[in-house]
Design a protein around this ligand. Structure first.
Ligand code: C2E
Ligand code: MG
Ligand code: MG
Ligand code: MG
Length: 282
């Protein structure tokens, strides 16, 4: 009975499933040409120093599809990754972000997310350093965000890659900490400058004792290892105050600032980074 029921159900859902598959196929085909058609753009989300100044901005990729409108990265990056398009798209993000950050005051850094495919492609560090040279962007103002998933394979080469980036002066942060594999051996073996606590632990922070314990633990762990801590997904003032009191170094989230189009970055700095901005104008 279960079998025939299952079959019946499958038949019922077939047209809908076909639609989904066709849409995916359409999306996949348009993804292949999106770069040439100039459909990608970057939004910048502020990273606030707990002292109150703007430390920099994280580059977040967006796709403006000609028919479907703006598509979030979660809807196309996995597909781009699977189709082998991420090294090329990632290189575009790096160039575009460094070019745009050239217009920002010199204390503002830019953080760029890396996908596993980019990081694992041979010659990655050479391409990064060449890009910085060509644009004239200082390595010290670039931060690369990687997730633990990036480090799963080829451990020895990964260490080489991270060490090379480190020697170049690039900052490296471990993104989404606490949600993926969270093997502490990564923290022992790899040269991270900072850890970003995933928003999963921030969203119920002010009324969940378990999240509080975990956040305190990550802060102590990071500081004990000489790394900075950023909390992501900070949505209200109570969370921000709690995180500052707990010793977080940087905050990021809708409460501090939503992702902005590149053209709004300087205006955001003028409004929210008064001290630095004035010293910059003088
Ligand atoms: P992520 O690097 O962890 O970036 C943070 C995500 O949280 C962003 O989503 C951001 O818009 C969102 N966010 C920021 N503040 C808040 C908040 O207060 N509340 C909530 N609920 N969300 C907040 P977004 O832009 O959709 O990006 C999702 C993920 O896509 C990123 O997560 C990153 O893993 C990936 N991604 C984005 N741009 C790139 C890129 O250029 N290259 C690669 N490889 N991955 C990217
Ligand atoms: Mg990130
Ligand atoms: Mg993150
Ligand atoms: Mg996250």
């Amino acid at each position: 009975a279960a079998k025939s029921e299952g079959r019946g159900r499958a038949r019922t859902f077939e047209p809908a499933m076909m639609m989904v598959l066709e849409q995916r196929e359409l999306l996949r085909r348009s993804l292949r040409v999106a770069l040439q058609h100039g459909e990608f753009f970057i939004e910048y989300q502020p990273l606030m120093d707990c002292s109150g100044s703007v430390a920099g901005f994280e580059a977040l990729l967006r796709w403006h599809h000609p028919m479907m409108g703006i598509i979030p990265p979660s809807a196309f990056i996995p597909m781009a990754e699977a189709d082998g398009l991420m090294p090329e798209i990632g290189q575009w993000v790096l160039e575009e972000a460094c070019r745009q950050a050239m217009n920002w005051p010199p204390h503002c850094m830019v953080a760029v997310n890396l996908s596993p495919a980019e990081f694992l492609t041979g010659g990655f560090t050479d391409r990064v350093s060449q890009t910085l040279d060509t644009i004239g962007f200082p390595a010290e103002r670039l931060e690369l965000e990687i997730t633990e998933g990036v480090l799963l394979e080829r451990t020895i080469n990964n260490l080489d890659t991270l060490n090379t980036l480190n020697v170049l002066g690039i900052q490296i942060s471990l993104d989404d900490f606490g949600t993926e594999y969270s093997s502490l051996s990564y923290l022992k073996n790899f040269p991270f400058d900072s850890i970003k606590i995933d928003k999963y632990f921030i969203k119920d922070l002010t009324n969940d004792a378990k999240s509080q314990t975990i956040v305190r633990f990550i802060v102590a762990l990071a500081h004990g290892l000489g790394m900075k801590v950023t909390a992501e997904g900070v949505e209200d003032q109570a969370q921000a105050e709690w995180l500052i009191a707990a010793g977080c170094d940087r905050l990021q989230g809708y409460f501090l600032g939503r992702p902005l189009p590149a053209s709004d970055v300087l205006e955001f700095l003028r409004r929210n980074d008064t001290a630095n901005w004035q010293s910059q104008e003088k």
